[in-house]
Design a protein around this ligand. Structure first.
Ligand SMILES: [Zn+2]
Length: 375
């Protein structure tokens, strides 16, 4: 990391800050340092070792000491202004550190005069949980783990993880709205059905059925009002989109509502012959083909979208259902997690957990009220 680039004599592996106060003497604020050399690996943790470390560093040439301080400062988060986040209010880069507020680094924007902390506008705003816990919940959410699993692993209450999970889902919805998933090329559209669920609440008085036990099947055979329809679209080798509007098969108006702005002009849309899809030609400028009327099943098939359905159903089954009112939040998650969830994870962490000009600070009230599916 420092010294000669070709063959580093020492490498700083880990530096942790000692306490939360400002740096008194830069070196003494280092909690422990592991110095890895070609011959040995040393960890300095107590005062004795720090003296040894100081001794060792004093023998280094000035250039190497400077590089060490620089590396330490960047690891300690006390490096120059360049590393400070841009102002979430005005986007200005003239931002300086301004002490700590509630245990978080506070920043002052010299451009607009406003102060902010490292969690302003992020999902973590006003949260007591540290970033690592948020990252873990985000990873678990993408991986399809249950809330109880995360709660147990992270030793955090179920309710806490529930709110974190749903704030993450609201954040994912926001991201989808910003980027606007757009299917193009050859895309397959179809719908799938899942059992409705009043999980986490009680059955409303006007419900069309008696309560079901976990894992029980629908009362009636075939598609009934116990099912909720999820409309899905997948571009072959591209993005996926899923959303619920109603219980029954979608009407052309509902499909228009769902896919308008999400299908590029000139896209070849393959579907299974449900007439409502034809209306999309007018709505989005795509051309719709019914695969059941085509001879060549090699190209004219719905394998990709069926694969997406299997993914949704396996997740759904693993969760033992998703409360129907939250289904669209999970539909967003399914769309994002369907392909390359792992590759996307780092980027999603940055987008949702770093200070930005887009406000992603959702309250518990938002979790209860926003974007619920009321059918
Ligand atoms: Zn500003």
């Amino acid at each position: 990391m420092f010294l000669k680039k070709e063959k580093p004599e020492f490498e700083m592996v880990l530096v942790r800050k000692w306490g939360d106060g400002k740096l008194k003497s830069r070196l003494w604020d280092i909690k422990f340092v592991t110095i890895k050399s070609s011959k040995r690996r040393m960890t300095f943790m107590d005062d004795d070792n720090r003296i040894k470390l100081a001794d060792l560093i004093s023998k280094l040439p000035q250039e190497a000491v400077d590089a060490l301080y620089k590396a330490a400062a960047s690891l300690l988060g006390t490096a120059s202004n360049k590393d400070n986040p841009a102002c979430p209010y005005c986007g200005g880069h003239h931002v300086v550190k301004n002490g700590h507020k509630c245990g978080k680094q506070e920043y002052l924007c010299r451009q607009c005069g406003k102060t902010f902390v490292s969690t302003t506008h992020t999902l973590m705003a006003h949260s007591h949980q540290p970033k690592q816990v948020w990252e873990a919940v985000l990873m678990d959410t993408l991986a399809g783990d249950a809330i109880d699993y995360s709660a147990k692993q992270l030793e955090v209450s179920h309710d806490c993880v529930f709110y974190m999970r749903h704030k993450i889902l609201l954040g994912l919805h926001g991201l989808l709205e910003e980027t606007g998933v757009c299917l193009g090329g050859v895309s397959e559209l179809d719908e799938t059905f899942v059992l409705d669920s009043y999980k986490g609440g009680s059955l409303p008085e006007d419900a069309a059925r008696p309560a079901r036990r976990h894992g029980a099947k629908a009362q009636k055979r075939g598609i009934s009002d116990e099912y909720v329809c999820i409309c899905t679209g997948v571009e072959r080798k591209g993005d996926a989109i899923a959303g619920s509007i109603n219980r029954a098969k979608p009407s052309s108006r509902e499909l228009g509502k769902m896919f308008k702005g999400h299908i590029k002009e000139g896209t070849l849309v393959l579907c299974d012959g449900l007439k409502s899809y034809l209306a999309l030609e007018k709505d989005t400028g795509c051309s719709v083909k019914d695969v059941t009327k085509e001879r060549s099943g090699k190209f004219f098939n719905l394998n990709t979208v069926n694969n997406f359905h299997s993914f949704i159903k396996s997740r759904y089954k693993f969760y033992r259902g998703v409360a129907t009112k939250y289904l669209n939040r999970y539909n967003d998650l399914f769309s994002i997690a369907y392909r390359q969830a792992r590759e996307k994870a780092g980027q999603l962490c940055n987008q949702l957990l770093e200070v930005s000009s887009i406000n992603r600070n959702y309250t518990n009230r938002d979790v209860k009220m926003r974007g619920l599916l009321d059918i």
